[in-house]
Design a protein around this ligand. Structure first.
Ligand code: FRU
Length: 506
């Protein structure tokens, strides 16, 4: 297999074949990055949810591994699906799953039970109940054993939410050093509420607090996670809660999205900063960023986020075959005080490439064709405010420009935008062909946009990475021209630094 099918991302992670949704159990351990993901091994649509698996030594090149947790009873008589969750290294063997001096990796995930049953542990579940379970690995994440004698470790939501047993999911575990406790954050999606539990052994969990609803609540809350980050690269740590919601994403996007809230966490309670709960903070302003999760097992300043690059509106209908869905490139996160507010900054992680630069003192109104083409590109574009009202780069363009994807900046609205109205195939969803935007201030009149173009996506990082937009596109094979476009007048001081990005699969 050489990963050259139509629309196949060249440097974004995809399963070799079949369906993928959320990233799960991201962990760096013993020199290896493990990527698990929601996967249907039996088809190109959602179903038979299992944990797919891939490994990497550099976050760029991935090696596909056997399914790590296969839906129980697969394929014909499924009694348990492995929904989203996370993984941690239990270095002190608090769980007792370790053997000799081998400490275990422990995964905590949602068990979704399609049928009512009495489990091997003797516990009884309702049809379509969701509970939280654990599994462990004694071979550094390659194979996993579910804790069947006790699972699920959290059978039901708290008493007062007992009507939510069918919607209780997505545990995200972390070790809280100061309290010497495991902490797990999970969601009551329908109530837009997070529940925080703690444990000393990853097996016995106690509810200690709740968070939400706050900010964007236009849809269900899923895939929550919480992590610390240094503020402004200093000693002070802030905590970030990342929450996916569906629908109710950023304006212009009628589907799903991902928000974050910054605050303090004392080991039991998350207290948001006052200025982080006055409005929605979008992790990504594009239409295609969901279920984002960061790696465990990395130093506190090395926080890497990966999202499922699609929208719940049409995630099941995108025109790819024999796989469906890609992940965003891994993004290194930091927190920077901007206008008095702790703001997420994101930087993409890519492999090496040969860049070349071109500079223009001035470009007139209209289009300028660039002397390179490509469908897998990293482009860093900068320009300065002058006469024009908008300045943009057009990628994946056909020779007559009838098909194109435009990424640019509107000086009047002070917004970065992605226009995919004529980007190619879009008929699978009536809102796909849209324009998406994010607020961005120029710095002394200068704007910087980094645009990652792949065979079926554009990911844009605005400014220093304080806003990003991930968007799928499905252009024709021949559309590989690149243009600059100045609207309403000339633009000054333009620089394009670009490289073709090689396939990470060869
Ligand atoms: C989000 C989600 C999660 C759930 C998983 C099931 O896309 O709905 O809440 O655990 O997908 O595949």
């Amino acid at each position: 297999q050489n990963y050259t099918e139509r629309y196949r991302p060249q440097f974004h992670f995809t399963p070799a074949k079949n369906w993928m949704n959320d990233p799960n159990g991201l962990i760096y351990h013993e020199g290896t990055y493990h990527l698990f993901y929601q996967h249907n091994p039996g088809g190109i649509s959602w179903g038979a949810m299992s944990w797919g698996h891939a490994t990497s030594s550099d976050l760029v090149h991935w090696e596909h591994q056997p399914v790590a947790l296969l839906a129980r009873g697969y394929p014909d008589n499924i009694t348990e699906m492995f929904f989203s969750g996370t993984a941690v290294f239990d270095a002190q063997n608090t769980s007792g799953f370790g053997s000799g001096d081998k400490a275990p990796l422990v995964a905590m995930y949602t068990s979704h039970y399609p049928v009512a049953q009495t489990l091997p542990s003797g516990k009884t579940v309702d049809a379509n109940q969701q509970s939280q379970s654990i599994a462990y690995s004694l071979d550094d994440g390659m194979t996993w054993t579910t804790y069947d004698s006790v699972n699920p470790v959290i059978l039901n939501p708290p008493e007062e939410y007992s009507d939510q047993i069918h919607d209780f999911r997505d545990p995200a575990v972390l070790w809280h050093e100061e309290n010497q406790r495991w902490v797990s954050v999970m969601s009551l999606p329908g109530l837009r509420k997070l529940l925080i539990y703690t444990s000393t052994n990853l097996k016995d969990w106690e509810l200690v607090s709740e968070f939400g609803p706050v900010n964007a609540i236009g849809g269900v809350w899923e895939c929550p996670s919480m992590f610390p980050l240094p503020l402004d690269g200093g000693e002070e740590l802030k905590w970030v809660v990342q929450i996916s919601l569906n629908p109710g994403g950023p304006a212009g996007n009628t589907g799903s999205g991902t928000q974050y809230v910054v605050g303090q966490f004392d080991g039991t309670t998350f207290t948001p900063d006052a200025n982080s709960v006055t409005q929605s903070n979008w992790v990504d302003w594009g239409p295609d960023f969901y279920a984002a999760l960061t790696f465990s097992g990395l130093p506190v300043e090395d926080r890497v986020d990966i999202a499922w690059m699609t929208n719940l509106r049409y995630g099941g209908a995108t025109p790819t075959d024999p796989w469906r869905s890609a992940f965003t490139v891994p993004r290194r996160l930091s927190l920077k005080t901007t206008n008095g507010k702790a703001t997420l900054i994101q930087e993409p992680i890519l492999g090496d490439a040969d860049y070349s630069s071109t500079h223009w003192d001035i470009l007139p109104a209209g289009s300028t064709k660039l002397d390179f083409t490509g469908k897998a590109l990293d482009i860093v574009l900068s320009f300065s405010e002058s006469e024009s009202t908008q300045f943009s780069i057009i990628v994946q363009a056909s020779s007559d420009l009838s098909e194109q994807t435009q990424v640019g900046y509107d000086f009047e609205k002070k917004e970065v935008f992605v226009n995919r109205t004529v980007s190619g195939v879009s008929g699978f969803d009536d809102t796909f062909a849209g324009v998406f935007s994010a607020p961005l201030e120029s710095v002394e009149g200068k704007v910087i946009l980094r645009v990652l173009v792949d065979w079926s996506s554009v990911e844009v990082f605005g400014g220093a990475g304080e806003v990003t937009l991930a968007s799928l596109i499905f252009p024709s094979d021949e559309s590989s021209d690149v243009y600059l476009f100045s609207t309403g007048g000339s633009t000054n001081d333009i620089e394009v630094k670009a490289a073709n990005i090689k396939s990470v699969w060869v």
